[in-house]
Design a protein around this ligand. Structure first.
Ligand code: IPE
Ligand code: IPE
Ligand code: MG
Length: 265
């Protein structure tokens, strides 16, 4: 059961938005490109890392909201393989923030029945960060609420290459490779594909994120910078998502011929 009062205060604007959401038709998987931390800091004449620090509250609110809405999977893009190109000081602050976040949040993740996972090249990360992440993965592995994937040192092309390597190592014959088999060798094996892809801070691109999995995702872009993102924005994204008609290459319900006509030829 969804605890509506925990999601929005009675009488608040959030409650009005929440009432417009059909909780029976939520996306199973929401993926987010958390962008705009640098711009948020710049607009306040702060160093870029202040934007990354401020972004943590947005992560907390989004994770908690998805868990409370009983969404199955949330994937947050936190650090791409391309982000290693950034200045060393920015990268090390991001790593320190990540370590701190996992350490501080672990109890909350456990309490909220959240299963924490990492997608990406975990081995690229500093040892101390890897240790904290492994502890959180281990401590939450039996939870069956929200699956919270964090994408770290993640690149979608690398993921596809890693899937090919994994297929070859498993000795899968060329003729046995199909879409389902391939999906089972991706980092997201066993999880539904994202239905909704959110990007903050206005950029209209996917930046090497879940290229395979977003084949039919609905895309929602907001000008809001990641540190300002809260459940209000997530509610708006969900309302918008529920107004889309997903066709998967087929026809709309209005365009589909009525079955009687098909029989008559
Ligand atoms: C997103 O914010 C966080 C990471 C990529 C780690 P940015 O740091 O990319 O912020 P902008 O795009 O420069 O504003
Ligand atoms: C995408 O944001 C990566 C993450 C949010 C972690 P970037 O800021 O790195 O993407 P580009 O450079 O604008 O494409
Ligand atoms: Mg950016």
């Amino acid at each position: 059961m969804i605890d509506f009062e925990a999601l929005a205060e009675p009488g608040s604007d959030d409650e009005k938005l929440l009432q417009r959401i059909d909780v029976e038709a939520l996306p199973r998987h929401v993926a987010v490109i958390m962008d705009g931390n640098g711009r948020w800091a710049h607009s306040r004449r702060l160093p870029r890392v202040a934007g990354h620090k401020a972004g943590i509250e947005a992560v907390r609110d989004t994770v908690e909201t998805c868990a409370r809405l009983r969404i199955d999977v949330l994937t947050l893009y936190a650090f791409s393989r391309e982000n290693w190109k950034r200045p060393r000081a920015e990268v090390s602050t991001l790593m320190a923030l990540l370590k701190e976040y996992v350490h501080k949040e672990l109890d909350r993740l456990v309490d909220n029945n959240i299963r924490f996972r990492v997608i990406g090249r975990l081995d690229d990360l500093p040892r101390a960060v890897q240790g904290g992440l492994q502890r959180a993965i281990e401590a939450t592995k039996d939870n069956d609420g929200l699956s919270f994937n964090i994408a770290l040192s993640y690149g979608s092309r690398t993921e596809i290459v890693d899937a090919c390597r994994s297929l070859i190592r498993a000795g899968v014959a060329a003729d046995d490779v199909d879409v389902d088999t391939f999906s089972r060798h991706l980092y997201t094996a066993g999880q539904p594909d994202p239905d909704l892809l959110i990007r903050t801070s206005g950029e209209l691109r996917v930046s090497n994120f879940l290229l395979w999995q977003i084949a039919y995702a609905e895309i929602w872009v907001t000008e809001t910078l990641w540190p300002d993102f809260r459940r209000t924005h997530l509610f708006r994204a969900l309302i918008d998502f529920q107004q889309r008609e997903r066709r998967y290459g087929g026809l709309t319900s209005k365009e589909r011929p009525d079955p009687a006509e098909v029989v008559r030829g």
